[in-house]
Design a protein around this ligand. Structure first.
Ligand code: ADP
Ligand code: ZN
Length: 847
């Protein structure tokens, strides 16, 4: 993308001394919000120094676009343009976060402006769009087109208006009303289309201009206050208990009111009724202060650390405040890693230092968040992905001002403005969800390490099954190693890990239900009879994963993706698990029109049905994305994650059936049996990490068994009892597995011994996509030289997704420099016809 009119590149600019008349260099370095890797210099507003991270509107070629201030250069090129507008100057960007973003832009080969957009919470970002409006000529025409009744004087239709078709006319009228509409959305609108817009622009009826939407000035919150006199209200509401209770609650907080966000769904319903009756008022006010502080945690008796915990704690505390030092905390499931994090963070807080805690998916582990809340109360900001933007912004402000010292969240929390960062924790550091798989494809764990380095903080990567990358870094001396080899229990007692037994399905066979072998069925029956709980793990949701025609072999596929659709019986739908498309299940084969459709492949919904039929006395609950969503979702009998977890805790459930959601760090004391149904499919994915991921998942789910007084058992049904992941699971031998797998990776040339970059190309037109992928591969080959191995171009394992054909080129190399040259060369390929290219550094997914 060259732009002869645009400002000069900062790094190509000759150094000039600032003019004597100006006390401070008036220039700002701006990362514009375009996919451009370089930054540009502008002249800032007179006499004001814009803080780093401020958002500005700047001229760029013929356009005005938004950007972030990322530097204050001492020198500027001879010709610099002025910043057009300052959109905000109370940035939430910390200097160490800006440094982190710069690092990420370089490392992930992304535009700094895009990284900053990812880093800042929504509502904090300004954006610009190209808007379409009527030209003066267009206005005249629109006026003429108005129905006669609305016209001031009836004028004869002009010749020009006769040349417009109905859709043209409709568009002019719409613009006349709306003032302006986004160019992109008009071009994409099927009824309008790019060609029409272009023609009307050419005819001089429309104009295009840039419009900048400012970010929210401050978080607005809605507060509810009570209206009316107690006597009147109590009387009027004598039969509406819920409303009466809420009214009293509102009245108790007088003028301050109660933040609507803090109300339960039931209270919100009552609030709507109160507002309707005129007994309550809701108004938006600037937030920023927490009107209802969370009470300081009650002093709880902390468990006495066992000896390995104490050692880990001592080592970490000794390192806090003494510069960057990374550690791997390898602790078996239930060994008390979280307790160590909590203690170390408490020490850091005591010393006035802040803490950042990253977890894979915060929604899946509400227990962890509540443990942090119980320990730190108001001092922790839980950055839930479901937080409304205003709440999120408020949490950021409180971190930025130092009101709150601990941030807990998923990968994007790595950008949170924690002050005086002293400790960074990455829990379950092996989890693949730390990698962002679109936009800026960063890895949350790796970013956390860089952030800690910028901030001179201690970083703890915790896991029972560390990623092979981290394990390797320990053996290279890059990280210190702390191990917790025993399960924690009160009174420094130790609990054993569960015993793992393999059920070889080649010998045992599953029963008539196609699912449960006799040993597993017997174990379930015995566990339930003993009043203990069972977890059954199968990593596929839905009822059956393939709908096949027995007559002709046709499989029901998603029209937009090259994958078979999954049958969901409860929702009576077939669903594409990749794009979400769903439709009524076909009655007949769409190919041969016979009604011979058969269901193959078992999902959790079917497991639930089988288990219910087989153990009619047992209380069975299913946990997967269909049941865990917010209540009332269309595609399943959703109950809500927290409700399900609470039921299991309260022992209201005998058998919990689920996908990998059941493997996460839950601590259910009553679970003594874990059954693994079909791990085989995961082992055979076309992914060099397939064995590692299988082992991690199995060890995690096994870790749910026997966490309290009663010992646990794990039964694994498999056709591959000799698979490395299964063999290692039997003795919980992480180290043996890791060493063997690393040797294999070294031999075959995969990470952590080589670096990988995936170049992903997709588009609607197969031939074009293939050509771009081939060009990209050729360019990478030419630029990478002998040091870089180029694999492909090849069709992706899922060759089509959401109507876009997908190809990949993989680059592998030991040295970063030549690999980057090759990747940049590939990314420089000319794109046409809606083909997109994405560079994925350190890819985690092969799909
Ligand atoms: P991990 O994070 O390694 O899975 P947790 O920190 O969740 O382990 O600890 C597992 C269980 O053991 C929790 O219920 C926790 O409260 C308890 N626990 C942790 N450390 C101790 C200890 N030193 N003494 C007694 N109980 C402990
Ligand atoms: Zn699909």
């Amino acid at each position: 993308m060259s732009d002869p009119e645009g400002p000069a590149r900062v790094d190509q600019v000759p150094a000039l001394a600032p003019k004597a008349s100006e006390p401070e260099a008036p220039w700002v370095e701006v990362a514009v919000s375009l996919p451009l890797r370089q930054t540009f210099t502008y002249r800032g507003p007179h006499g004001r120094r814009l803080p780093l991270g401020s958002q500005v509107a700047v001229p760029f070629g013929p356009r005005v676009i938004t950007g972030f201030v990322v530097g204050h250069p001492e020198a500027a090129p001879e010709v610099v343009k002025d910043v057009v507008d300052v959109l905000d100057d109370d940035s939430l960007l910390e200097p160490d976060v800006l440094a982190l973003c710069k690092w990420a832009a370089g490392y992930y080969l992304s535009a700094l402006g895009e990284v900053l957009k990812t880093a800042l919470p929504q509502g904090q970002r300004a954006s610009s769009r190209r808007g379409v409006r009527l030209s003066p000529e267009g206005e005249r025409m629109a006026h003429e087109l108005k129905p006669a009744a609305e016209q001031t004087a009836s004028a004869p239709a002009s010749l020009a208006s006769l040349l417009l078709d109905d859709a043209d006319k409709a568009l002019l009228l719409r613009l006349g009303k709306a003032g302006s509409l986004g160019l992109r959305s008009l071009q994409r609108d099927n009824k309008i289309g790019a060609a029409r817009v272009e023609r009307l622009l050419r005819d001089g009826l429309l104009e295009v201009g840039d419009e900048v939407t400012e970010r929210q000035r401050g978080p607005q919150e809605r507060f509810a206050t009570a209206v009316g006199k107690p006597v009147t209200v109590q009387k009027a509401l004598s039969r509406a208990q819920a409303q009466r209770t809420l009214w009293s609650k509102l009245q108790a907080s007088a003028e301050l009111g109660v933040a609507v966000e803090t109300l339960t769904p039931a209270e919100r319903t009552a609030l709507r009724a109160l507002v309707g009756r005129g007994f309550a008022r809701v108004e938006a006010r600037a937030g920023g202060s927490n009107p209802q502080p969370i009470p300081a945690p009650a002093a709880v008796a902390l468990p006495v650390l066992n000896r390995p915990q104490q050692q880990a704690f001592d080592t970490l505390v000794a390192a806090v405040g003494k510069g960057f030092s990374p550690f791997l905390l390898q602790g078996i499931t239930g060994s008390g890693k979280t307790e160590v994090y909590l203690r170390v963070i408490a020490e850091a807080r005591g010393a006035g230092l802040g803490a950042l805690v990253l977890v894979p998916e915060i929604a899946l582990t509400p227990q962890l968040a509540s443990r942090f809340r119980a320990r730190f109360g108001d001092d922790v900001a839980v950055l839930h992905s479901a937080l409304p933007p205003a709440e999120r912004l408020r949490a950021w402000r409180r971190l930025k001002t130092g009101q709150v010292g601990i941030a807990l969240g998923a990968r994007s929390a790595v950008f949170a403005p924690v002050q005086k960062l002293g400790v960074v924790v990455v829990d379950e550091e092996h989890d693949p969800s730390f990698k962002q798989d679109e936009g800026v494809r960063y890895h949350g764990r790796d970013m956390a390490l860089v952030r800690a380095r910028q901030a001179n903080a201690v970083v703890v990567l915790g896991s029972a099954t560390p990623s092979l990358e981290s394990f390797h870094n320990v053996s290279q001396g890059k990280y210190g190693l702390l191990t917790l080899p025993v399960r924690a229990a009160p009174g420094a007692a130790e609990r054993p890990l569960p015993q793992v037994e393999i059920i070889d399905l080649r010998k045992f066979r599953v029963g008539n239900d196609g699912l449960l072998s006799k040993p597993l069925a017997d174990a379930i029956a015995a566990t339930v009879a003993a009043g203990e709980q069972v977890i059954l793990f199968l990593n596929r949701r839905g009822f059956s994963t393939v709908v096949l025609c027995r007559a002709c072999g046709h499989v029901v596929r998603c029209p937009d993706c090259d994958v078979s659709m999954t049958y969901h019986r409860g929702a009576a739908k077939v669903v594409c698990h990749y794009c979400g498309r769903n439709q009524a299940p076909p009655q007949r084969c769409s190919s041969c029109h016979q009604s011979a459709l058969e269901h193959l492949g078992i999902g959790t919904e079917q497991v639930e049905a089988v288990v219910r039929a087989r153990f009619p006395e047992a209380r069975v609950v299913r946990l997967d994305r269909d049941t865990a969503g917010p209540p009332g979702r269309k595609d399943g009998p959703s109950q809500g994650l927290e409700a399900i977890l609470a039921q299991v805790h309260a022992r209201q459930v005998d058998i919990l059936v689920g996908t990998q959601m059941v493997t996460k760090g839950h601590d259910f004391p009553g679970v003594t049996l874990v059954g693994v149904l079909q791990p085989d499919q995961g082992m055979h994915l076309p992914d060099f990490r397939a064995a590692e991921r299988t082992f991690q998942l199995l060890e995690q789910v096994a870790g749910r068994a026997g966490r309290a007084d009663r010992p646990g058992r794990v039964l694994v049904q498999t056709y591959n009892p000799r698979h490395a992941a299964i063999v290692a699971l039997m003795t919980h031998d992480y180290e043996g597995f890791a060493k063997q797998e690393l040797a294999h990776r070294q031999l075959t040339g995969f990470p952590p011994f080589l670096r990988l970059v995936a170049v992903r190309v997709d588009g609607p037109d197969a031939a074009l996509v293939q050509k771009v992928a081939a060009d990209a591969a050729a360019r990478a080959r030419a630029a990478g030289g002998a040091d870089v191995r180029i694999l492909g171009p090849a069709e992706a394992p899922i060759p089509r997704l959401r109507g876009r054909v997908r190809w990949q080129v993989w680059l592998a190399g030991a040295g970063r420099t030549s690999l980057v040259s090759a990747a940049e060369a590939a990314a420089g390929v000319t794109l046409s016809g809606d083909v997109r290219l994405a560079v994925d550094v350190d890819p985690q997914s092969v799909l």
